[in-house]
Write a protein that binds this ligand. Structure first.
Ligand SMILES: [Zn+2]
Length: 115
């Protein structure tokens, strides 16, 4: 049955979560996993460094760190999540560390803006 107002629906959701913590955690985990897989596919599924073929254990990197709002985006609404992902690229751990170190030294690697 639909709720007349959003406040009642929210109260009901809070009651459900309190009564079924395990189910709630499972659903959150599944939804985050699904959203992350969708985000990785959206970003191309491969390390953004043109010399790298890595497709496993990819990190989502903000291309320009000053554009970053948050890294905890997997629970956000679809529109908000994709707006944040549009500022990102995928990097393998090696190239993520390399880029971060270059940024921290005040250098920008040549492939930092590669899409
Ligand atoms: Zn790489």
């Amino acid at each position: 049955m639909p709720y007349k107002n959003a406040k009642d629906k929210r109260k009901s959701n809070v009651r459900y979560r309190a009564a079924h913590p395990e189910q709630h955690r499972t659903r959150c985990r599944e939804s985050k996993r699904k959203n992350r897989a969708e985000g990785v596919a959206f970003l191309g599924g491969v390390c953004a460094n043109p010399d790298c073929e890595e497709t496993e254990n990819l990190h989502v990197d903000h291309i320009r760190r000053e554009d970053k709002t948050s890294h905890r985006i997997w629970t956000w609404s679809r529109a908000r999540r994709f707006a944040e992902l549009a500022k990102c690229q995928l990097l393998c751990i090696y190239h993520h560390v390399e880029k971060t170190m270059a940024e921290n030294r005040g250098e920008i690697p040549r492939w930092a803006f590669y899409r």
